[in-house]
Design a protein around this ligand. Structure first.
Ligand code: SAM
Length: 257
């Protein structure tokens, strides 16, 4: 029996983030809508973050919790003086983008006061227990006028919410059962993962010009009904009253000059 092209190119159970594959799964009557959402989500995931880093090309920039990948590395002009920090040296070694790699945790940054022009943290704040302390640490190492970007999950997203109550072993079990292949599994207490709490912690730390953006859907596309469910949820989340259902929360702010 001939297998369909998407079954040949994507391993069973793999994250199905391929644009064309997703597009084909969506019923034709919803495709135009799906394409508009894909453009919007792609904007936040790539262009928004890349634009945030404008002006940092020659500045000292910290990626807090860099793991094995740096989204900003995909910029046309990647930051030349990027410092990556993560507790896992083996993951960090795989990350080609940082110029310097430092082993450590974001709760206690091993850097002098006011040395970075920017600090950014992608997919890390959902894992930390004491966000107030981390926001304070970012503030300490930032130069006056320096900028912060935090990209994290929304706890109100129904696909994220159960993580709050599951141990790592239980989450690994669920992933195995659903044949989901993803990055490592970390604790996810979601202490700062609402718009209100982000604003609270960031303003308590002393930041100004705090802006919060909501976007995205989780990238779990197998089986097909999950993709369709996500699409419906995204449709609902476009209504302002239900915007908390969006998967991602992005915060930007500045240290006063
Ligand atoms: C989901 S990965 C994200 C990696 C990378 N930022 C990215 O966008 O692909 C989460 C990362 O946060 C790191 N992490 C978890 N807790 C941390 C902490 N307390 N301090 C620093 N990094 C931490 C993990 O080691 C892991 O590399």
């Amino acid at each position: 029996m001939t297998r369909k092209p998407d079954q040949q190119t994507l391993p069973k159970g793999a994250f199905r983030s391929t644009y064309e594959w997703q597009r084909r799964q969506v019923p034709p009557m919803f495709r135009g809508y799906w394409e508009r959402l894909a453009v919007k989500n792609g904007y936040y995931n790539h262009k928004f973050m890349a634009d945030w880093a404008d002006g940092f090309e020659d500045e000292l920039l910290l990626e807090a919790g860099c793991g094995d990948n740096t989204t900003l590395g995909e910029r046309k002009v990647p930051p030349k003086r990027l410092v990556g920090l993560d507790p896992l040296p083996t993951d960090m070694k795989k990350n080609p983008w940082p110029r310097h790699r430092v082993c450590g945790v974001i709760e206690s940054l091993p850097f002098a006061d006011e040395c970075f022009a920017g600090v950014y943290s992608d997919s890390v704040f959902e894992h930390i227990d004491d966000p107030g302390r981390v926001c304070g640490e970012f503030f300490r190492v930032l130069k006056p006028g320096g900028r912060v970007l935090i990209n994290t999950n929304s706890v109100f997203n129904p696909f994220m919410f159960p993580n709050k109550f599951m141990t790592i072993r239980q989450r690994e079990w669920v992933k195995r059962k659903l044949k989901i292949i993803s990055e490592g599994t970390y604790e996810a207490p979601y202490r700062i993962n609402t718009r209100r709490r982000l604003i609270k912690y960031l303003s308590q730390a002393g930041y100004v010009n705090i802006r919060i953006y909501r976007w995205g859907v989780p990238s779990m596309y197998r089986p097909k009904w999950v993709l369709l469910l996500l699409l419906l949820m995204e449709l609902l989340a476009e209504i302002p009253l239900f915007c908390g259902l969006k998967h991602r929360l992005m915060a930007t702010c500045e240290k006063p000059k």
